[in-house]
Write a protein that binds this ligand. Structure first.
Ligand code: DC
Length: 212
């Protein structure tokens, strides 16, 4: 069974995907980490992030088992990932790994931007997680404050808007809601409530597979 979770930056899709996978005993892949790792290695080698040749070479040689680097989780890594993710050949190089992962028994939850549309268009369940940019910025800002990072809320919001525009505006595999995806709007939901709502959507989908 394959569960596809897509959504914009800081929508809470990663937390949700992990919790669902734990609950169901499934494997979980945060596909954003693949793009983040490509961007990290391209920069480390001294190339520009939009250098197609370098980014494709790195993506083809990426070892997906090496995604545990805590630096990959930061905002800068996310912005950098969004730049290499625009290169179609980079996306193509990462596709087979994601598709193989999705087929792992007994099931897998993958989260990203194009899981329900490109990576696993035949996924059994597709959920698109949303929240307003302001709510997502407030959540991210609270995380920064808790860590003592002095970043202004306005900066966090404008970074989120830039990333949304880049991810949704690229011609190849843009972030979009798959026609058969179920929307989960989490602006007014706690993590717990979002999890309960997602479990409800999955149960509904499994009992009425034709409906979205
Ligand atoms: O989900 P994330 O914030 O870790 O993703 C970082 C960037 O990687 C995101 O801004 C765009 C890119 N990405 C993508 O293009 N396709 C995916 N399936 C996952 C991430």
């Amino acid at each position: 069974m394959i569960i596809a979770i897509d959504g914009p930056a800081a929508s809470g899709k990663g937390t949700l995907a992990k919790r669902l996978a734990e609950h169901l005993g499934f494997h979980c892949l945060d596909t954003g980490l693949l793009y983040r790792a490509v961007a990290r290695d391209v920069a480390w080698l001294g190339f520009r992030l939009d250098d197609t040749w370098a980014a494709v070479a790195v993506a083809r040689g990426l070892d997906p088992r090496e995604l545990e680097d805590p630096d990959l989780r930061g905002t800068a890594a996310g912005d950098a990932a969004s730049i290499v993710a625009r290169i179609p050949e980079v996306r193509a190089a990462l596709l087979a790994y994601q598709r193989d992962f999705a087929r792992r028994p007994p099931g897998a939850v993958l989260d990203g931007r194009d899981i329900g549309t490109v990576v696993c268009p035949g996924a059994d369940v597709k959920i698109f997680v949303t929240a307003t940019p302001e709510v997502r910025a407030r959540r991210r800002f609270a995380e920064f404050e808790a860590r003592g990072a002095g970043v202004a809320y306005e900066t966090v919001l404008s970074d989120i808007l830039v990333r949304d525009a880049r991810d949704a505006g690229r011609p190849n595999a843009p972030m979009m809601v798959a026609p058969d995806a179920m929307l989960l709007e989490t602006s007014n939901l706690s993590i717990e409530a979002a999890f309960d709502a997602a479990v409800g959507l999955i149960k509904r989908k499994i009992s009425h597979p034709g409906r979205s």
